[in-house]
Design a protein around this ligand. Sequence first.
Ligand code: SF4
Ligand code: FES
Length: 238
Amino acid sequence: MEVRFRIFRFDPESDKEAYFRTYTVAAIPEERILDCLNRIKWEQDGTLGYRMSCAHGVCGSDGMRINGVCALACQKLVKDYTVSEEITLEPLPFFEVRKDLIVDMDRFLARIDSMRPYLVQDKDPPEKEWLQSPEDHKKVEEVIRCILCACCTGACPVMRDNPNYVGPAALVWAYRYLYDTRDGRFTSRLDKLNEPNSVWPCVNQFECTRVCPKNIPITKSINFMKQEIKKQLPGKGK
Ligand code: SF4
Ligand code: FES
């Protein structure tokens, strides 16, 4: 079958404004959107810009908006869309466009970094390694699946109204270290989460949870941390 793609194009070095360009490719229903993008780039237009690496939902580099919904191009198939119409590909919303479907991830990654996504511990390290029981691992096993694709952040309606909101992905990483029993910074991590643009701007729209390619219960995790702040920091929670 022939599939028509309408793709966002913008090169800040040469274009005054963004535009859409349409490409038609032969594809089978089981092919991934990423396969089609590769064919467009390799056979029709080598100037098209997008990121990809693993092609198997592991590296998180090909997050984009496909027919209005943030997703990984390597996880979505042609048959997931109504191919009688065009499939529209756009960069993740709320991110600055570097070129075409490539966005600037610097601020997104800096916000994750602000959550100190690593273990901090004052105790002397054990002879071999910090151990974690299977029960303790269970507390964080859903959130450690995050691949930093930024689909959640691009889908979050709060980001549109409040660009200073730290965003769902940063909160997923905050949760991951808050509840890791090998970490020694529980209270200061909670203080950080109690800042005005941390957990509190979330108003439970669940868009992040709907689009997460790793099925992380993002909104539930944010609500859990809100409850934790109210419990552990009396008088501090909203
Ligand atoms: Fe992507 Fe899910 Fe991680 Fe958000 S939480 S960055 S949607 S994997
Ligand atoms: Fe790696 Fe899609 S290319 S997640």
